[in-house]
Design a protein around this ligand. Structure first.
Ligand code: FES
Ligand code: FES
Length: 154
């Protein structure tokens, strides 16, 4: 079947199997490998993307259900060489170690600030609660997202 979506603001059309997972279509067919596969069962958030303004686990999202929808991946949030403020804040706060979880965490952080520009720390913590990280301990991650809030406001 043919799947039509808008990915990172560009219309795309791909031939997929009806049972294909969104994660596989993104990584294998569209070569957008920022979304990672950790658990594959919707538990870790490594595969997070933004689907019509909501974060989803792309490993448990049927690609066919995305017909006509808009998807943002980590590859689409910078502005050329200019990192998105959330990405930049992660760098400045050293909010990463192995990096496997980071695309998902950045997208969850970006999305909560898109929806709630004044999000407080509690809301940010809740927003990233589905993104598991085995390395950072989360403090730097939450600090970075809070800091990015101020940068976006500037
Ligand atoms: S790989 Fe999708 S939630 Fe873990
Ligand atoms: S930085 Fe290693 S899992 Fe998060």
């Amino acid at each position: 079947m043919t799947l039509n979506m808008v990915v990172n603001r560009k219309p795309v059309s791909v031939e997929i199997e009806p049972y294909a997972r969104l994660l596989d279509v993104l990584r294998t067919q569209l070569k957008l490998t920022g979304a990672k596969e950790g658990c594959g069962i919707g538990e870790c958030g490594a595969c997070t993307v933004i689907l019509d303004g909501e974060t989803v686990d792309s490993c448990i999202t049927l690609a066919a259900s995305c017909e006509g929808k808009s998807i943002e991946t980590i590859e689409g949030i910078s502005d050329g060489d200019q990192l998105h403020p959330v990405q930049q804040a992660f760098v400045e706060h050293n909010a990463m170690q192995c990096g496997f979880c980071i695309p998902g965490l950045v997208l969850s952080g970006k999305n909560i600030l898109d929806k709630y520009p004044e999000a407080d720390r509690e809301r940010i913590v809740e927003a990233i609660s589905g993104n598991l990280c085995r390395c950072t301990g989360y403090k730097q991650v939450v600090d970075a997202i809070e800091d990015a809030k101020d940068k976006i406001d500037e």
